[in-house]
Design a protein around this ligand. Structure first.
Ligand code: SF4
Length: 118
């Protein structure tokens, strides 16, 4: 079965970083980007910044009309996927989301400890 942006993934991700895509679930079959002929979702090597920004915006426009954007985004956050645009987020944007989640989780755990201490 083809996976979302599989052809480019094979080229862009070193083998040791290939995510366990078989654990991702059935949403793959509805991915709009299953055939990423335009090469929007992963950066070619030595891509200039302006070209990267333009490519990422184009990828995000594709994601915006994808019926499995939420599932894809959560998959990319949970793996976590280190490269490419997934669920409308770049790798840098996903790192920000994950950092926020970690902060929120730490605050919640602190609050639980304080409440438990009475
Ligand atoms: S949300 Fe974007 S990256 Fe994810 S499956 Fe859809 S088109 Fe592909």
């Amino acid at each position: 079965m083809l996976q979302p942006h599989q052809p480019l993934l094979d080229a862009a991700v070193p083998p040791q970083r290939t995510p366990a895509r078989d654990q991702a679930g059935p949403w793959h079959s509805e991915a709009v980007c299953r055939r990423d002929e335009a090469g929007l979702f992963f950066a070619p090597s030595k891509e200039p910044t302006a070209a990267r920004l333009s490519r990422e915006e184009a990828a995000k426009r594709v994601c915006a009309r994808c019926p499995v954007m939420v599932e894809c985004r959560e998959h990319a956050l949970l793996q976590p996927e280190p490269y490419g645009v997934w669920g409308g987020l770049t790798a840098a944007e996903r790192r920000v989301v994950l950092a926020r989640r970690r902060r929120r989780e730490a605050e919640l755990q602190r609050a639980v400890r304080v409440a438990a201490a009475g």
